[in-house]
Write a protein that binds this ligand. Structure first.
Ligand SMILES: Cc1cc2nc3c(=O)[nH]c(=O)nc-3n(C[C@H](O)[C@H](O)[C@H](O)COP(=O)(O)O)c2cc1C
Length: 192
């Protein structure tokens, strides 16, 4: 697969096999994240990978609990890979992924959120290259801003002025790989 094929092949996966991904692959994915573009060249993001089921199960439940259903604007995310928006019976916002990567970024910095998501995008593309499925997950702040989350951040030596910004799930797709989603029209323009 060349790069352009890989970009089109990547999907957000929400059904995972139990099998863990190799640590060497995780290290390469994290390294790709650390090479993401970053505002002002400040390298202000911090990546923490969780491979402890007890921790990821607890955080996954907190991630669901933080979803404000009354704020949803309708529509379904995916019939093949239903999200917690599509299926309220799903109890973990991490969908049982064996590895959950958290991206932290400097709190009081204007580009904190884009920095973190650039990092996440590099990681999902690197994962695809390695044959590993992935999904970017939001509501990181809500997931960590409680006694349990704050204790973990302290334990991991996350600097005080850093905030959790997003997650990247990693694992192997269980069942059929989802089909390509057609692109909506009229979303691009080239002005010459
Ligand atoms: C900023 C951002 C936040 C997202 N948050 C979630 C999330 O919290 N839960 C989830 O299941 N998927 C989440 N996704 C994945 C999107 O739902 C997914 O990218 C979208 O449905 C398009 O599907 P595809 O990635 O398979 O092309 C997020 C994606 C982005 C870019």
């Amino acid at each position: 697969m060349n790069f352009f094929e890989l970009v089109k092949y990547r999907r957000s996966i929400r059904k995972y096999e139990d099998m863990q991904i190799p640590r060497e692959d995780l290290e390469r994915i994290i390294e790709a994240g650390s090479f993401a573009p970053n505002a002002g060249g400040g390298q202000r993001s911090m990546i923490v990978a969780i491979r402890d089921r007890e921790i990821s199960d607890k955080l996954g439940k907190l991630n669901v609990a933080s979803l404000r259903r009354d704020h949803l604007i309708g529509g379904n995310v995916s019939a093949e890979q239903p999200s917690i928006i599509d299926d309220p019976t799903i109890k973990s916002g991490f969908y049982g992924a064996p590895t959950v990567v958290v991206v932290f970024a400097q709190h009081n910095f204007l580009y904190s959120v884009p920095d973190a998501f650039c990092c996440a995008e590099n990681m999902v593309l690197a994962a695809t290259e390695l044959g590993i499925s992935s999904c970017i997950i939001a509501r990181a702040e809500e997931t960590f801003y409680n006694d349990y989350g704050k204790a973990l951040m302290a334990q991991w030596n996350v600097p005080e002025n850093y905030a959790p910004r997003c997650f990247v799930l990693l694992g192997y797709c269980k069942g059929e790989y989802p089909k390509i989603k057609p692109r909506k029209e009229n979303r691009t323009l080239i002005v010459e």
